[in-house]
Design a protein around this ligand. Structure first.
Ligand SMILES: Nc1ncnc2c1ncn2[C@@H]1O[C@H](COP(=O)(O)OP(=O)(O)OP(=O)(O)O)[C@@H](O)[C@H]1O
Length: 248
């Protein structure tokens, strides 16, 4: 293996993992393997269980039965939500805070010509990368939806995660902001980050997916290569969803 290549990412395993709340099984027993450094898109109509699956995968929720875990060393992870969770501070301070509390950071940002650079300078680099440098002093919570999402991505960028989870990150954004998020996702992936992202946007999935996990009503119906999913889906529900006929 080339010394500059990132180490392979461990496999995420769902073994009969289910989530039940007040007697309702919202995610039926699910067995799934997510391996390799792919871009996996979790798809399905509203209420299918996409966010639940993402939260179980990222460890934010424990399954009520079955198991979810990494085979091998758990990778470093970050998650970007539909509505970013930002601190009541400036955009810049949201990033310097992350730098202060985390030890594993993007190495290229830690050094300039062999010298370490300040947290503020690293945060400014990340803001600049995501087109937010002019908004550094603006309170994060008054930024527009698209700007907040880019700030969330800049924060994730600083963490240099091996796996990035994104839960419908573009559902409230306009086309230009959607493109900015998609470009960022592609760049994360180019730099060696595994992507697991939920969306109900078929066009977006066609643009981004290597493989697709399709959920309907809490059931995992398909996990297949994107090409196959879009050309010859195996389930009736996925066929209807691709034709735009399956609303929920
Ligand atoms: N923590 C929770 N406790 C109770 N019910 C939940 C919880 N999380 C999700 N649900 C319910 O589980 C079902 C699936 O929700 P989920 O948010 O995973 O769907 P989704 O596929 O992400 O939908 P959307 O596209 O609308 O965001 C919904 O009926 C939701 O109300």
């Amino acid at each position: 293996m080339n010394a500059s290549q990132p180490p392979p990412v461990a496999t995420l395993a769902f073994d009969g993992a289910a989530f039940t709340h007040r007697g309702h099984t919202l995610l039926k027993p699910t067995t799934l393997r997510l391996s390799g450094c792919q871009r996996t898109l979790i798809m399905g109509p509203n209420g299918a269980g996409k966010s639940l699956l993402m939260r179980l995968a990222h460890g934010l929720l424990p399954p009520t039965s079955g198991a979810v875990g990494w085979q091998g060393t758990a990778p470093t992870q970050a998650m970007v939500f539909q509505r970013p969770v930002l601190l009541r501070r400036s955009a810049l301070d949201n990033l310097t805070y992350v730098l202060a509390i985390n030890k594993t950071l993007r190495p290229a940002l830690n050094r300039t010509a062999g010298h370490s650079i300040s947290r503020k300078a690293q945060a400014m680099q990340a803001l600049d990368k995501f087109g937010l440098a002019h908004l550094a002093q603006r309170p994060a919570r008054v930024l527009s939806g698209g700007e907040q999402q880019r700030l969330a991505l800049a924060r994730a960028w600083l963490l240099n995660p091996q796996v990035l989870f994104l839960d419908e990150p573009t559902s409230a954004l306009d086309p230009a902001a959607i493109k900015a998020v998609e470009d960022a996702v592609l760049e994360f992936h180019r730099r060696g980050t595994r992507i697991v992202m939920s969306t109900h946007d078929l066009h977006q999935a066609r643009r981004l997916a290597d493989d697709v996990v399709f959920l309907h009503n809490g059931h995992l119906l398909e996990h297949t290569l994107a090409k196959q999913f879009f050309s010859a889906p195996a389930s009736r529900e996925a066929s209807a969803f691709i034709r735009g006929e399956l609303v929920w």
